[in-house]
Design a protein around this ligand. Structure first.
Ligand code: KG4
Ligand code: ZN
Length: 338
């Protein structure tokens, strides 16, 4: 029988990923994360592109090897067209395009944000699969969106951030607290022993289902500057409570809008994607929503929530089945609407 192996490539930000999929099953999901950015406290676009160029061939080789297939067996190449950092996108895009040309197989363009959402449909992503329509909160270092998914390729953005992403809010708060980048997981850990209601930060007022996190960062900065003037050891002495209070504020902002989206649409199937979905308070609050609001929550396996190529592969497969192929002039785009 014909086996429709599809290779997917992800290079939108600072992770170089390659994955092979066959009939909803991920056969390999290789990610090379770029450590270099830790030194700079954030992703440096120029360095990201260079690292992608170095990593792309070994990562693809490894993905094929782990899937136990060779290039000649591939039926299509899927790649992240956008949104993301232009230099990073160009590396994966050019590589995918060349490979599809040399193998003479179709090229498939994938929207990275659709990838995050449709990762829920990977066979081993979660026990149950959402049914349409459902709502997805995509939260990572680069994005914060609430999307209504009517069908695989019929999505509506209900709300999104007007400035920083939720993960960025964690990371920037961490920088103020002298925590290493990325601070999200560290803040999560320290929050477990801290008091979430000790310090209060005013919530931003943003219309509808949109988000804003830049004001919170400024509020934290001013507060810390004021307190360390009085006590130079303020951060060290209060780090757990600071982390817990900041996390609680960010999670409250996310959950309030998610609840609003659910009430407004009457949709109770709620999925979550992106690196921030690893956060334990968000996970607990989603579970709580199952009891309090009758929600059904979908949280894909961790390896499918952070940037990865498996999520690009599932979209690639869904597009392959629908023969939604790119043409020879396909190009990467930094801004790409869902
Ligand atoms: O999806 P991701 O790996 O990469 C992109 O940004 O696309 O997400 C990384 C973001 C970082 O901002 C990181 O601090 C945050 O996810 N993050 C967390 C946690 N784990 C990762 N934020 C809060 N709590 C966590 N446990
Ligand atoms: Zn992402």
């Amino acid at each position: 029988s014909v086996k429709n192996y599809i290779l997917a490539i992800e290079s939108s930000c600072d992770d170089t990923g390659a994955s092979v999929i066959l009939d909803n099953k991920i056969l390999s999901n290789v990610v090379a994360s770029q450590k270099i950015h830790e030194l700079y406290g954030g992703v440096v676009p120029e360095l990201a592109s260079r690292a992608h160029q170095q990593n792309i061939v070994p990562v693809v080789d490894q993905a094929l090897k782990q899937a136990n297939i060779n290039k000649a067996e591939l039926k299509a190449i899927a790649y992240t067209r956008g949104p993301g950092l232009m230099g990073s996108l160009l590396v994966g895009g050019s590589f995918a395009k060349s490979l599809s040309q040399s193998l003479d197989i179709p090229l498939i363009e994938v929207n990275h944000m659709q990838g995050h959402i449709l990762a829920n449909f990977i066979e081993d992503a979660n026990a149950d699969k959402p049914t349409f329509p459902f709502i997805c909160l995509t939260v990572s270092g680069g994005h914060t969106q609430i999307v209504k998914i009517n069908d695989y390729f019929d999505m509506e953005i209900l709300g999104e951030t007007i400035d920083d992403a939720a993960g960025e809010a964690f990371d920037k708060a961490g920088k103020i607290l002298n925590l290493p980048y990325p601070a999200g997981p560290i803040i999560d850990k320290k929050s477990k022993i801290g008091n979430p209601t000790r310090f209060k930060f005013t919530k931003p007022r943003v219309d509808g289902l949109n988000f804003s996190f830049s004001g919170l960062k400024t509020a934290i900065l001013y507060f810390i500057q004021k307190e360390t003037k009085l006590n130079p050891n303020f951060i060290e002495e209060n780090i757990d409570d600071l982390c817990a209070s900041i996390q609680h504020t960010i999670v409250n902002i996310l959950m309030d809008k998610l609840k609003q989206a659910s009430d407004q649409t009457g949709i109770k199937q709620i999925a979550i994607a992106g690196g921030v979905s690893a956060n334990s308070e968000i996970r607990a609050r989603l579970k709580e929503g199952e009891e309090k609001f009758g929600w059904k929550a979908f949280i894909p396996k961790f390896e499918y929530t952070t940037d990865n190529a498996a999520m690009i592969a599932i979209v690639g497969q869904l597009k392959y089945e629908r023969e939604l192929f790119a043409d020879k002039t396909a190009k990467s785009v930094a801004k790409y609407h869902i």
